[in-house]
Design a protein around this ligand. Sequence first.
Ligand SMILES: [Zn+2]
Length: 299
Amino acid sequence: MSSVAYTRVLALIAVIAGIPGSLEAKDDPADRVLCREGFLQVTSPDPVSAGEGRRVARLALEAWKFDEAEMQWKPSPDMRRPLTLCLLSDERVEQKWGKGTRAAAYKGGNRFMMRASLVDDPSGPKTLAHELGHVQSYRALRNDRAKNEVPDYFLEGHGLSLNRLWNAQHPESDDPSGWTSQPKMIRSISPDEVKRVYTDESFRHGEQDPKRSGKIHLMGLYLVEYLYGHHQIKDVVTRMGRVFEEVGGGKSYPAAFRSAMGVSLDKVIAEIVDLFEATTSTPEKRLEGTRFLKWAGKS
Ligand SMILES: [Zn+2]
């Protein structure tokens, strides 16, 4: 694997799910509105044109509808409340969020930011599909208790699945070489690390270390793929929407998971950890039943 592929994927997965909503008001005072389109407004404190604002608004609304159709949310006025997309210069993103970050959603569910340089990039729409998946999830979760109840691996498994579903429908937008590091990481991660990502409190929220964050994203997506391939839950992403809604309605995350997936969270995690233990010398078997190799253009 080339270092370029590694950076690309790291860049793709280094999206932050845990920025508290309370920080939403602390934007640059120079932030100005570039355009308004339905419930969405596009703003920027940087030299970004109104034309770029209009182009990204169109793409964002398309990605929003794509996510909604996938998730089949229960009708709620909350879903269409005003939303702000703030376009930031690369310099500002790197200064505030670190080099690998492409975009980030605030937990309040009213605001997200993206690098302005992605507006006309082929990877822009799938990034929007991922971030808007977080925005919609935060809206379905509704309150702080619920947002703290669902671990980041689940949120990121959801976000990355929306990336993949978008790519499946828009193959021209993807470069499969960007996904080759995921099968490699699955082969190399230890059963102990897998268990920690799923169960250790320190992995639950707001991880800033890119290596640990990469594992959280990866194992979140692995969980989705495991349910898809080993439990034959072909509409697993749509069912994740029911988990968000049920936690938003007061259930615990494990109870909502059980209700939506028809299998207990503890059982699935134990199965995955057992599988990783049993395949330390044959790690290729971890990929059986999943779509990781297909996405990486290797099958
Ligand atoms: Zn994310």
